[in-house]
Design a protein around this ligand. Structure first.
Ligand SMILES: [Zn+2]
Length: 339
């Protein structure tokens, strides 16, 4: 039997440590503002607050959720690139010069270090909604096959607010939300230059396969690329496999959303939601294998690129995202370059 504690992100941390960390960060008054309890507001002490939290499950849940949400506010060991670096990295990999807005972020040097001399001719990008770095940490077993398939993990930070159209607009324009204009959950076609303008301008035949009505399906419309909309992830996978097999495109972007649907419905760490992450990981490897078979011998790149993570909303117990907290903002991308 697996050790279930491994799945518990609060394993090994006492309630007292949690309380002390939060008091240090927010002060008693700040804590009382977020979790309205007498013990935080009137003559607060660690002792009385611990006693209160131990006999008041709703308050304890709130405190623990707050701690988890803010937990890894540690200084990163190495400077971590933002997801805005992805657009320029992909263009550099394909040898396409320019094409983005002048203020677009520079390529991610960590990914480019993996690039074969001469760059790549074919690219597959898989965009699964809402799989954050915390999922990759808590359920490492779901991503193990990525490493045996030759992928390298590159950690990146998302943009705020960590909502799908905002983040994918940033990822594929190279711009922060203020630069591309989508700063909330809305899905207008982008007015600025995007990867999907730059690629066709550079002679790259490009396709986008996404769930109908999703952010990726809508915000990059009006470009000289081929769009394929499916009713569900499975239909999108089928279209993408067909696209790969037909070999008519140099760059294919595939978007899946089942995990995001489920995390909002049941919570990000619930079995049902985690099962969807497994389906995303499996679908990605299946697409990557088909891509490798098709273009064996041709320099190519495959990328697993989620937009943001998620956390548990203490008010509902269900999943939510959009905050500037590590659970929402920290993601892990996986790159593979082959020749
Ligand atoms: Zn969502």
């Amino acid at each position: 039997m697996p050790d279930t504690n491994v799945r518990d992100p609060l394993h090994g941390i006492t309630l007292e440590e949690i309380l002390n960390a939060l008091v240090k960060r927010h002060g008693w008054a700040g804590l009382g503002q977020r979790v309205p309890a007498r013990c935080f507001l009137y003559e607060p002490s660690v002792k009385s607050s611990l006693a209160f939290l131990r006999k008041t499950p709703w308050a304890r849940r709130k405190i623990e959720a707050m701690y988890l949400r803010e937990l890894p506010r540690r200084a990163p060991a190495a400077p971590e690139a933002c997801i805005t670096s992805v657009a320029a990295t992909l263009l550099a990999a394909m040898g396409v010069a320019g094409g983005l807005e002048p203020s677009a972020a520079a390529p991610d040097a960590r990914a480019l270090k993996l690039l074969p001399a001469g760059g790549v001719k074919k690219v597959l990008v898989y965009a699964p909604d809402a799989i954050g770095r915390r999922m990759v940490t808590l359920h490492a077993e779901l991503f193990e096959n990525f490493f045996s398939a030759g992928f390298t993990r590159v950690d990146v930070r998302s943009v705020f607010p960590s909502k799908t159209p905002v983040c994918y607009a940033s990822m594929f324009t190279g711009l922060p939300p203020a630069g591309h204009g989508i700063a909330q959950y809305e899905k207008p076609a982008l007015g600025c230059k995007t990867l999907f303008d730059a690629l066709p301008a550079g002679g790259v035949k490009t396709a986008i396969a996404a769930v109908k009505g999703s952010s990726i399906d809508l915000i990059f419309r009006g470009r000289p690329v081929d769009y394929f909309s499916g009713e569900c992830d499975q239909q999108v996978t089928a279209s993408a496999l067909e696209l790969i097999e037909n070999g008519g495109h140099d760059f294919i972007l595939v978007y899946h959303q089942e995990y995001d649907d489920l995390l909002h419905a049941v919570g990000p760490w619930k079995d049902g939601a985690v099962a969807a992450v497994r389906r995303h990981a499996d679908a990605f490897l299946r697409l990557a294998e088909a891509f490798d078979r098709k273009w064996s011998g041709v320099p190519r790149a495959a990328l697993f690129a989620p937009d943001h993570g998620a956390h548990t909303d203490p008010a509902t117990g269900k999943g939510i995202h959009g905050d500037d907290c590590p659970a929402d903002m920290d993601v892990a991308h996986f790159w593979k370059f082959s020749t």
